[in-house]
Design a protein around this ligand. Structure first.
Ligand code: NAD
Length: 262
């Protein structure tokens, strides 16, 4: 597989180059933000989007939410699969991503690792089982101090799963706590709290609390390679697929039992 890496100088960009090569793929080149001070990788060609996209089978894109609309336009005439891992996207980014999916295979996921996506399925079920009238629920996440979006995309994935299980609208149920300094917790909400510290790769905890008991589910990533491996696997599965929006659950085998997963 010939791969292009958008944002190749970033933390994820560098991990993606390594994982793609370890899996035997050719990294044709990458893009980078000319304004960044971070050193460009010596062994990857830095190309313009237009010179890279037509020459690869898949693009791995872990950059910044501000790039998404521009990146989506690069797939408007067809081309490689777009593996989109960037988080913090706004409402205005949804339509361009969907338009791109009319022309190429798009796999967009806020988390490419196995554990959080598995946890999302469990969270959905707990949302069904634990009534909001009885159980408050909160998602607490911690990431490295350089992260620019909060709450994390993975926390939002978990929150969406709980909202789906509870049959509530995230637009009204999500409580990001920005104004909570002078008010009590509202009923029937899904609370979020974000910490930004040191170089923590990613920690998430879902906490369901009733009057009498508490259930905690937690997940910790030790190495961002887990995301890079998932993204490379996603690219392998998307190459040759017809245009459309695909699901990370299928890539990770979470849509089938362990014995049939691979
Ligand atoms: P980072 O800041 O280390 O890297 C981002 C890189 O993108 C930087 O080098 C930046 O200069 C570059 N960039 C910005 N604008 C660009 C442009 N126009 N063209 C090319 N490059 C550009 O951040 P990171 O930790 O590597 O994370 C990158 C993104 O991936 C974030 O949105 C993060 O939340 C997300 N992320 C997703 C997953 C997942 O599994 N989906 C996992 C980890 C990180």
């Amino acid at each position: 597989m010939r791969v292009g890496v958008f944002g190749v100088a970033g933390r994820m960009g560098r991990a993606l180059v390594e994982e793609a090569r370890l899996a035997g793929h050719v990294v044709v080149g990458g893009t980078m933000n000319p304004a960044t001070a971070r050193e460009r990788p010596a062994d990857v060609a830095i190309l313009d989007i237009g010179d890279l996209v037509p020459h690869v089978d898949a693009v791995l894109d872990f950059t910044h939410a501000g790039t998404v609309q521009n990146h989506a336009a690069a797939f408007a005439k067809g081309g490689p699969a777009w593996i989109l891992g960037t988080t913090g996207l706004g409402a205005a980014d949804e339509a361009p991503v969907e338009r791109a999916a009319g022309h190429v295979a798009v796999l967009r996921a806020a988390h490419f690792g196995f554990g959080i996506n598995l946890l999302a399925g469990i969270a959905r079920r707990l949302g069904e089982l634990l009534a909001a009238a009885e159980f408050d629920v909160d998602i607490v996440e911690t990431h490295h101090r350089q992260k620019v979006d909060a709450p994390s995309g993975s926390a939002l994935v978990l929150g969406m799963a709980i909202a789906e299980g509870r049959g509530v609208d995230p637009a009204t149920a999500f409580d990001f706590g920005a104004d909570r300094r002078h008010r009590a917790r509202a009923a029937d909400t899904i609370g979020f709290a974000s910490l930004r510290s040191g170089q923590i790769v990613g920690e998430h905890e879902i906490v369901f609390t009733s009057q009498d008991e508490q259930i905690r589910l937690s997940h910790r990533v030790f190495d961002r390679r887990t995301f890079a491996k998932g993204a490379v696997k996603a690219a392998e599965k998307m190459v040759g697929r017809p245009p459309g929006l695909y699901s990370i659950d299928e890539v990770l085998g979470l849509d089938r039992p362990a014995a049939k997963r691979r």
